[in-house]
Design a protein around this ligand. Structure first.
Ligand code: INI
Length: 160
């Protein structure tokens, strides 16, 4: 039994032959790096081979939707995991980026017909983000692992 995040992955799906794109923002590097590592390690655990995991970075979460399109076009992947970390500041900037990026990533799936995993943390504090990146021992877990498992399951079950 492989336990994912809130939901449980009821089995370890076979990721052999699946090509996965990970595109990550560069804001909040410590958190992002651990999320990416968690996703990558879970993909490898599920049998995705290293050469089929393509990783690119962009300046920030706002760039993730367009970069996701680029990953599908340029790297011929079966699924993309956009990874970002938005932390609430003193202005409305956070809300606007969270709202626009989440809607854009959701809509992309229907336009492209392939899975786009929602790997963007939208946190009110840095501590919330650290906990969800598995950086606080004993508090929550690395959500990147959930996203890796989700990516394989979605391609196995619904991939073209
Ligand atoms: O990835 C992030 N980008 C952020 N801003 C940059 C934005 O994503 C774009 O890169 C920038 O606006 C240029 O388009 C963030 N904040 O502003 O707080 C943030 O917390 N996380």
């Amino acid at each position: 039994m492989v336990v994912g995040g809130l939901g449980e992955v009821d089995q370890k799906y076979n990721g052999k032959g699946i090509r996965v794109g990970i595109v990550h923002a560069r804001w909040n590097k410590k958190i992002i790096d651990n999320l990416v590592l968690g996703a990558k390690n879970k993909l490898l655990e599920f049998g995705v081979v290293e050469r089929d995991i393509i990783i690119e970075s962009v300046p920030g979460a706002y760039e993730l939707p367009l970069a996701t399109v680029g990953m599908f076009k340029k790297h011929n992947v079966d699924v993309v995991i956009p990874i970002g970390c938005l932390i609430k500041g003193s202005t409305m900037h956070f809300e606007y980026i969270c709202d626009s990026v989440s809607h854009a990533l959701m809509d992309l799936q229907f336009k492209i017909g392939k899975p786009v995993i929602f790997g963007v943390l939208t946190c009110l504090t840095e501590e919330q983000a650290e906990a969800r990146a598995g950086l606080i021992p004993g508090v929550m877990h690395n959500h990147g692992e959930d996203w890796g498992a989700c990516a394989v399951e979605m391609v196995v079950k619904f991939g073209g």
